[in-house]
Design a protein around this ligand. Structure first.
Ligand code: C2O
Ligand code: CU
Length: 566
């Protein structure tokens, strides 16, 4: 009767360049017709108001209701403006910037008109954006109020393994984990999300995810838009699965239950039938896109087929801005692009199922009103220097992504406990080339903690264009393979491990995760420079300087994690 019970393959056939659902299907939820009507009015409204300070006008409900002629549109008008996640202000003293986060439960509207039980950081759903500055020391005081264990992983950050938020540092309800480290990443878009064994998908789909913006003092950063929420805009996409009661699904049993729909959210707002509005007050706007979906693939493009000027991949700037017609992001991946807006433009998200079932279709997600009158300088001709690895003397390793029944494997092991997962052991300073082979017919998203990697081959082909950037999360299609190269700099530990895994969160929870132990065998002096060494000891020193908070919570974490380990 509705789209909710159709398999993904059938939904694909519904896709025709815009919102995929028929009008009849929209009737399933009482508000949908009204929402659609609002969307139409909204688009007209935006068009007519170009340059007139849309945010102020949208706040004036009476003006809007006169235009729309329907009282019920008054309340929903605000819903159709892009929500920008709050910026979390840190407090700086003794050259350490402290951020306070609380993982907690709440409720939110994931499916239009339906209330879901959710989780968020400092709020009901999703979390605030953090800004970190390269070279600064940060301290995070993260309190768990979820009623169950959690961790907070800084996805893409180059931090010591003990501070990385992997499963070994799970911390229990009512406790606070206080990692601290020096920010060594260059300008990047990272994110944070839970990473405890077996509960990552559940906690992330319920809303535990937020963006991290790392700023640096490079010429490229100085030249690019960086006014958060004004000309530097986060776009966090999630394609979730929920039943008609709003119960968000996260595992195979849940995804195979009947009556599901697959809402697409942009910064926490359902955009299935709504195009959000954003007024660009500067001619040039930078967008940071994060695919925080558990498994579905998000492709961003312009509705007019025009190009986006991509400036960054997962792990920082490309060598130069590169015109692309679309940006395809597997689960966990990020990209940045800029648009020089001399006319209004609409961004679309194309959703492709990455898992057994999921979303599909092309959605007009963001109507951008161009109201800037400034003339930006040309983009810098060079944004970054990327020395491509010569991998001839790199250590080779093979990582096989496999499956056995409902268990997902890396190198033959289902990593559902710390003891059962395969462990990759390497040494500080080691340079390696890994062949990631997908022996399944399923889609995977290969994520490596700790250090960025370069793509050396994608299904046997040499990378080109934006594929020459730095990554930490990359697609491995069914039966396909990628070759990646990396160097293990700065951090070693003989207790705490990094992780490597599929970022389809269900696969991760089903065992497609291995650990990475980087130890220091004392031979790494040629690859670890002195500044790196001193930074490393600074991180260690400040970890112990923050004293009881860090050490106590780690002790708690180890204690609470061990029952599941054995
Ligand atoms: Cu985004 Cu190991 O995770
Ligand atoms: Cu996978």
């Amino acid at each position: 009767m509705t789209h909710t019970s159709k398999p993904a393959s059938e939904q694909n056939r519904d896709a025709k360049g815009n919102h995929r659902k028929s009008v009849a299907e929209k009737r399933e939820h009482g508000k949908d017709i009204a929402v659609r009507g609002k969307g139409l009015h909204r688009r007209k409204f935006l068009g007519g108001m170009a340059g007139a300070g849309i945010a102020a006008v949208v706040g004036a409900g009476t003006t809007f209701s006169l235009l729309s002629g329907a009282a019920k549109n008054k309340a929903s008008a605000a819903d159709s403006t892009l929500v920008i996640p709050d910026l979390l202000e840190g407090t700086t003293s003794d050259s350490t910037t402290t951020f306070t986060l609380e993982a907690k439960t709440g409720t939110a509207e994931v499916l239009s008109g339906v209330t879901s039980d959710t989780m968020g950081y400092n709020q009901s759903f999703l979390g605030p954006t953090m800004k970190w500055t390269n070279g600064d020391t940060v301290l995070l005081n993260i309190t768990n109020s979820l009623g169950e264990d959690t961790t907070v992983h800084f996805h893409g950050a180059h931090v010591p393994p003990k501070m990385d938020g992997g499963p070994q540092v799970a911390f229990s309800d009512g406790t606070t984990w206080s990692p601290t480290f020096t920010v060594k990443d260059p300008a990047t878009t990272l994110w944070y999300h839970p990473h405890a064994l077996g509960t990552t998908a559940k906690q992330a789909v319920h809303g535990l995810a937020g963006m991290i913006i790392v700023e640096d003092s490079s010429d490229a950063s100085a030249a690019l838009p960086s006014d958060y929420g004004v000309d530097d805009i986060p776009l966090i996409f999630q394609c979730l699965a929920t039943d008609s009661a709003g119960d968000i699904k996260y595992d195979l049993t849940g995804y195979l239950s009947s009556g599901l729909s697959y809402p697409l959210l942009l910064n926490g707002t359902n955009v299935d039938s709504t195009t959000l509005g954003f007024t660009a007050t500067k001619t040039r706007t930078r967008f940071r896109v994060l695919n925080a979906s558990p498994s579905d693939i998000i492709t961003v493009q312009r509705s007019d087929g025009g190009t986006l000027s991509q400036i960054a991949t997962d792990q920082g700037y490309l060598t130069e801005a590169t015109d692309v017609t679309s940006i395809r992001l597997v689960a966990g991946a990020r990209a940045e692009f800029v648009m020089d807006l001399s006319a209004d433009a609409t961004l679309q998200a194309v959703v492709t199922t990455g898992w057994v079932r999921g979303g599909s279709g092309t959605f007009d997600v963001l109507a951008i009103t161009a109201s800037g009158t400034d003339t930006p300088d040309d983009l810098p001709s060079s944004l970054n220097t990327i020395d491509r690895y010569d991998t001839s003397d790199f250590t080779a390793r093979t990582i096989t992504l496999g499956q056995s029944g409902a268990s997902m494997l890396i190198n033959g092991s289902a990593g559902i406990t710390m003891d059962s997962m395969a462990m990759i052991s390497t040494t500080l300073g080691s340079k390696e080339i890994w062949t990631i082979t997908n022996s399944t017919q399923l889609e995977h998203s290969f994520h490596l903690h700790d250090v960025p990697y370069q793509l050396i081959a994608i299904n046997g082909e040499a990378p080109t264009g934006v594929e020459l950037g730095w990554y930490d999360t990359y697609e491995v299609v069914g039966g396909g393979s990628i070759q990646i190269a990396m160097e293990f700099t700065d951090f070693a530990d003989d207790t705490y491990m990094y992780m490597l895994h599929c970022h389809l969160l269900q696969h991760e929870d089903e065992g497609m995760m291995a650990s990475l132990m980087v130890t220091d065998d004392g031979t790494s002096t040629t690859t670890t420079d002195t500044s790196d060494t001193s930074d490393d000891s600074t991180a260690t020193a400040s970890a112990s300087a923050s004293a009881s908070a860090t050490d106590d919570s780690t002790a708690t974490a180890t204690a609470s994690a061990s029952p599941t380990d054995s």
